[in-house]
Design a protein around this ligand. Structure first.
Ligand SMILES: [Mg+2]
Length: 322
């Protein structure tokens, strides 16, 4: 199979087309139509075999996750997904692998009306790189910068499941097969919080997606916004698969430092908390208030009224998300 046949069979076929794509994968460049008063948000993520994933990850999950991690970055900026470019390096043309991988990719891309408009296919060690572009109204930018003292800190969904799935695979924790499957579902098929991100645009003062663990990602907001925060670790949200099945300290560790959650962390001024609740009623995503922005002092962790040692805050992980 030639490069062109691979593209035609697996990446051109199976996807919806958008009205703003003038030229897709049929020329030297793709051409897309832009609209006035709209900014374009651009993000790229690479997944390398043996570094970011191993042979335990089904190819369909790889296709899903590659789209999900990119769309999660768009969600953090409140952008509406539009166009994707895929650079894929693979050791050989494995048609059953390509079929599953492209099905996972198209499934999520189509769900968010996101079109693959170009890319490159080469031979070499398996490496997957995706660039996603999304649309934003120019007067509603949601960034890491803008959190103010007194703002409330929220996270969406539940934290720590993906890290727990990896730990279970490595035999570091023991869970029953049903829980293992629930945790792996979160590791393999993360949900980008696209609708939530767009709803937050006019309400939140800052946002980030949680890819490296809440402690590291919230710290990015604190640094960019030049503020500190008090994080109530006793309020962190956990799934049923985690709750009651592993030690509380372990749950906390996964939530704070595990990564791969792809939930959103965002800050809301006191005056907008009611608006947030109204907006959430239409979305169907749970959010949890986990702390408050302070004027300074960096990131401080509290269990109830007790401040935890700073060594827990500063833990650095060198896992899958380098
Ligand atoms: Mg991110």
């Amino acid at each position: 199979m030639t490069e062109f046949e691979v593209i035609a069979s697996y990446f051109n076929a199976g996807q919806q087309s958008r009205g703003d794509v003038i030229l897709g994968q049929s020329d030297d460049c793709a051409i897309v139509r832009t609209t006035p008063q709209t900014h374009i948000a651009v993000t790229t993520d690479t997944m390398v075999a043996g570094v970011h994933f191993d042979e335990k990850v089904p190819p369909r999950a790889l296709g899903h996750k590659l789209v999900a991690v990119n769309l999660s970055d768009l969600a953090a900026m409140g952008a509406e997904p539009a166009w994707l470019s895929l650079a894929i390096t693979m050791p050989e043309v494995n048609t059953s692998w390509l079929e599953e991988f492209s099905a996972g990719l198209h499934e999520l891309a189509n769900y968010y009306n996101c079109q693959l408009i170009g890319g490159d296919t080469t031979r070499g060690p398996l490496t997957l790189t995706l660039t996603a572009q999304g649309l934003l109204p120019e007067d509603q930018l949601l960034t890491r910068r803008g959190a103010n003292p007194g703002d409330w800190i929220y996270v969406s969904g539940t934290l720590g499941d993906a890290a727990a799935a990896l730990a279970a695979q490595r035999g570091e924790i023991s869970v029953c097969p049903v829980q293992q499957q629930q945790l792996e579902e979160r590791l393999f098929y993360p949900t980008p919080r696209i609708t939530l991100g767009q709803a937050l645009r006019p309400i939140a003062t800052s946002a980030i997606d949680i890819s490296d663990g809440l402690a590291a990602d919230l710290s990015h907001i604190l640094k960019r916004s030049e503020v500190g925060a008090r994080l109530q670790v006793n309020n962190l949200p956990y799934s049923n698969a985690l709750n009651g099945n592993i030690a509380v300290e372990q749950q906390r560790h996964f939530a704070l430092h595990g990564g791969d959650d792809y939930e959103l962390c965002f800050t809301i001024p006191e005056a907008s908390r009611g608006t947030l609740e109204t907006a959430l009623a239409h979305i169907g995503v749970d959010v949890t208030c986990v702390g408050q922005i302070e004027a300074n002092g960096g990131l401080r962790l509290f269990d109830g009224d007790n401040e935890l040692p700073s060594s827990i805050v500063g833990y650095q992980h060198f896992g899958v998300n380098l």
